[in-house]
Design a protein around this ligand. Sequence first.
Ligand code: NAD
Length: 484
Amino acid sequence: MHEYDRLFIGGDWVRPCGTGKLNVVSPHSLQVVGSVPRAEMADLEQAVSAAREAFDDGPWPRTPPEERAAAVARFSDVYSKRTAELAGLITSEVGSPISFSRLAQGLAPWMMLESFLKAAKEHPWEQDRRGTLGNRIVVLREPVGVVGAIVPWNMPQFLAMSKLAPALLAGCTVVLKPPPEAALDSMVMAEALSEAALPPGVVSIVPGGASLGEALVHHPRVDKIAFTGSTAVGRTIAGACGAQLKRCTLELGGKSAAIVLDDADLDRTADGLRFASLMNNGQACVAHSRILAPRSRYGEVVDAVASMVGSLVVGDPADPATAVGPLATAAQRQRVERYVQLGGDEGARLVLGGTGMPEGLERGWYVKPTLFADADNHMTVAREEIFGPVLVVIPYIDDADAVRIANDSPYGLAGSVWTEDTARAIDVAKKVRSGTFGINNYMMDFTAPFGGYRSSGIGRELGPEGLDQYVELKSVVTLESVVS
Ligand code: NAD
């Protein structure tokens, strides 16, 4: 059991204002695996005050970027020693298969932090330009202020780091609100931050639910919200930030399409889709949950994907052989089962899976990996984000039709094309309206911007573009002439 009785606020471990607890339950055993104090509004108030003071009067925003980077590098050193522990902890919190967690929930956040440190070294924090009159212009990148960071449960460290690292390197102060379902790992992050000894007030962590997140969004002393979560909540946050003219970055849902072209190597494609479509039990914003198959090879594509889905080992997420673990919460399980029922009701052909517990499992929030074929892009299961191991195969006529179907979605987060023909692949990549795209793979790269078109969000994380989400640009115009 991982029990915490203090909150990390303003750089110190302090007694919480209330007595409430957040119990974190394993979706596999349904046992409580640990608890953290539930932050109250009064705790949030302390956290925002500490962040405000540290920003307005403390050294952090005024420290030269290379000195800030040295402090963040201390955090990175401490964090690097906790990645295996974080992977195991997140597996017990949300049921990610440990083989996925080791890489994506533990190591990847640290690799991302290192990548941001490298990008910060080369970032033009202060840039000289030659003005219209030949005069010297200085463009400054100044920290945006106090950042409220709100993250979901599916990739809690990865998504916290994608906000914390660039915000700190830019000179912002941060109040992080982790999700109640996965609050334990945020305490490990707090321990690493505490050991790295950043100046007081620079980071606070307040675990809590929707109402605490809402209070952070509406707080008049917070300058920017960085949010990852559902499109529905993202819309309300965008509205609240708009009313306050508060900066915001929104990373939201997806319904990405994998376009299998008629020359694709189907074994290689199905193998690649194992990760692209089903990573983290299908609970990934970038999950390629629509598979577009050419009519000329339709049966072959369905068979190849069915054989991959049918081979997946479902079970205890702590077992390295497991490919699909339980869904994170009981509500999530119910929601996914409803979609599986609906797919059949709407007329899609059930190839594998269906409702009910997977064979051999009696307990836990498990669903059967499910494949629907003969789906139409207008069906609910092809339009809405299911957030579970449920795939639909949709037939198309030619490349133009495939692109049309891929783009016929409220979302635009990710996508991929599978083919032996690079020129054709590039052509398709240019025509699909999504923030990221893979050719014969799907991966996020820490050096490249990540984010969504349309209802998948506003703004970008990662890469130098990710650092720029935490700055205000200031132009200083001088009358000095530039000697060229
Ligand atoms: P959610 O939107 O319900 O919650 C996300 C976070 O926001 C949680 O911390 C929650 O407590 C908080 N929250 C809820 N209501 C709020 C409100 N009104 N104001 C402020 N904060 C509020 O999402 P979820 O169910 O936790 O996560 C799954 C969703 O996240 C999926 O839609 C998925 O696609 C999306 N997601 C997006 C990305 C991306 O980078 N685009 C990455 C991962 C997950």
